[in-house]
Structure formats: structure tokens, C-alpha cells
Design a protein around this ligand. Structure first.
Ligand code: NAP
Length: 288
């Protein structure tokens, strides 16, 4: 028990770039005992001057801590750094905090398993500047016991949210959320491109675009309920009406820098549903 209490406060941060630097600073500010390692050692000097312990190797940093955070560019770097760890890391927890695919997360979990360390994968839904604020969310998946053991430490960084015991759950959740952002933001960019090319004032247009995005946000609970219950009421339009608008948009966006946003397969899917006699259903039927 005493060991567990002590372990919560000893953290190694492997990689002190934008995210790793913000993580280490936040942990230091909350009084944690932080060891840092960075491939380019002089980039960690500011953190050392702020109170972090420098480490000459990944193995030494990992040996000094019970919670080992990998804050690297990508999983290729993670795989390379994990291969430099010692073989016995039992009673330690490794958290990989970088953006990647479900396959990346599963592979990292498999690589960690023989060391005896618990594995947690993290999806960072925050910027370095927001680290440690109430607006920051970091998603975690993998060992629930390790997550709970280190909850106090992880809470220094964000509102920690455990999303499942499968090691890839956080990566899937994280990428799906990035998808929501990209689809909405690129939809906005396509709209701005369209009106600007037509000589319409984009500032004047932006109010109506914001209202439109608000409709998507307001409809989230209803859309989720439809998807969960597999019931697809027509809502503001049925599939036959949606198909007309989608075809107009495909024509309007033809040849544009950002393409049509994947509307061609959407139109094909709606056509198939209509052919199956489901033309009076709503748009959520497309994922049914
Ligand atoms: N920055 C953001 O706003 C943000 C937001 C959400 C998620 N993320 C994700 O968080 C992760 C880290 O992003 P970041 O912005 O902190 O990146 P970054 O500032 O570029 O830092 C990358 C870190 O990885 C290290 N590194 C890269 N390749 C390495 C290798 N082969 N071996 C050892 N160390 C290596 C770098 O070391 P050197 O100093 O030696 O180059 C540096 O410490 C990424 O997966 C990113 O997608 C970032």
C-alpha cells in the first residue's frame, strides 16, 4: 500500500516535445517526481531547470518510475523506444500518448506484454496549451486497474476518461472524434470556397453557416438514439429528398480543391436504400 502511494508520484516522461513538455511541466507543477528523457537531450534542459530529473537513457528513465509516459511523434517512434526498455518492468505502467490507429495500439500493447508492465493507451483531445485545464480531455483504455491506480497523477493533465479495457479503444474513440472535427471543419471550408467563388461575402455567409452547424450539434442526442434503436424517422427530409440535394452538391463541388467530401458513395448508398423501398426513411438509415 505504501509502495502504491509512493508509485503514484514517480513518473517518467519519454519525449519532451510539445505534448511531453506540457505533460512534464504540469506534473512538476503538481509536485510529482518527474524524470525526463528526450532523444535530443538539449530540448529537455528547460524541464530539468524547472525541477525534472534528466535521464541518460530510456531504460534508466523507466527504471526510475512506476508510471512511464511515452509522448512521441508516432507509434513507429514508440516501437523503437519500447525496444530499448529492459525486459522486467513488472509493477510499472506504460502509457502511450500519441495519435495512431487501433492496430498501432494493439501492437504496442503486445510489445509491452512480455515486460510485465500494465499497458494503457491514451488519446489526447487537447493542445499543449490546454494541458491541465478543465477544458482538456484525455481518453484512456487498457488496464483498468492501472488506470485507477494512477488516476490522481493522470488527473493533473486533464479530465481523465477511461473508455474501455481493449487497448485500442482510446485510439478508435480519439480518431472518431478527430473525424467529427475534420468533417465539420472541411464542410465549412467547402462552403466558404463555394460562396467566395460565387462572389458572395463570406462574412455575411458565416452567420448562416454557424446556425447550420448548430443544427448538427442540437440533433446529436436524436441521431444517437436513432442509430442505437435502428429506427430512422425522416426528420427534416427523407432519403429521396436528401438524394436530390446530395447530387446537387456533387455537381457544385466537382473539380474543387477539396473534392466532394465523399458524397459520391453516400449518393450510391441512398440509391440502394431507395431501391430497397426505404426512400421515406431519414439520413441515419445510411449507417443502419
Ligand atoms: N501538439 C498537439 O497539439 C497534439 C494534440 C493532440 C495529439 N497530439 C499527438 O501527440 C503526439 C506528440 O505530439 P507533439 O506535438 O508533442 O510532437 P513533437 O512536438 O514533434 O514532439 C515529438 C517528440 O517525439 C520525439 N521523437 C520523434 N521520433 C523519435 C524517435 N524515433 N525516437 C525517439 N524520440 C522521437 C521527439 O524527439 P526530438 O526532440 O529528439 O525530435 C520529440 O520529443 C503525436 O502523436 C501527436 O499526434 C499532439
Amino acid at each position: 500500500m505504501t509502495e502504491n502511494k509512493r508509485s503514484v508520484r514517480r513518473v517518467a516522461v519519454i519525449g519532451t516535445g510539445a505534448i511531453g513538455g506540457a505533460v512534464a511541466r504540469r506534473l512538476l507543477a503538481d509536485g510529482h517526481d518527474v524524470t525526463v528523457w528526450n532523444r535530443t537531450a538539449n530540448r529537455a534542459i528547460d524541464l530539468v531547470n524547472t525541477g525534472a530529473r534528466p535521464s541518460g537513457s530510456i531504460e534508466e528513465a523507466a527504471a526510475s518510475a512506476d508510471l512511464i509516459l511515452f509522448t512521441l511523434t508516432d507509434y513507429a517512434a514508440v516501437r523503437q523506444c519500447l525496444s530499448e526498455l529492459g525486459t522486467d518492468l513488472s509493477e510499472r505502467t506504460i502509457v502511450v500518448m500519441c495519435t495512431g490507429t487501433a492496430d498501432d495500439a494493439r501492437q504496442a500493447a503486445r510489445q509491452v506484454a512480455p515486460t510485465g508492465a500494465d499497458y494503457i493507451d491514451a488519446g489526447i483531445q487537447t493542445s499543449p496549451e490546454m494541458m491541465g485545464t478543465d477544458a482538456a480531455t484525455i481518453l484512456y483504455s487498457g488496464s483498468r486497474a492501472a488506470f485507477e491506480r494512477h488516476l490522481t497523477t493522470l488527473a493533473s493533465l486533464s479530465r481523465p476518461r477511461f473508455v474501455g479495457e481493449a487497448p485500442d479503444a482510446a485510439a478508435i474513440w480519439d480518431l472518431a472524434l478527430f473525424g467529427v472535427w475534420y468533417d465539420a471543419q472541411l464542410g465549412l471550408l467547402r462552403a466558404i470556397d463555394t460562396v467566395r467563388r460565387a462572389g458572395i461575402d463570406v462574412t455575411e455567409f458565416s452567420d448562416t453557416a454557424a446556425t447550420q452547424l448548430g443544427h448538427v450539434v442540437a440533433a446529436v442526442p436524436a441521431t444517437v438514439a436513432e442509430a442505437r434503436e435502428a429506427e430512422y424517422p425522416r426528420g427534416p427530409a427523407d432519403l429521396t429528398e436528401h438524394l436530390t440535394v446530395v447530387r446537387h452538391l456533387i455537381g457544385l463541388r466537382a473539380g474543387r480543391h477539396l473534392g466532394d467530401g465523399g458524397l459520391a458513395p453516400v449518393a450510391a448508398r441512398i440509391e440502394r436504400l431507395i431501391a430497397d423501398g426505404r426512400g421515406r426513411e431519414g439520413l441515419t438509415a445510411t449507417i443502419g
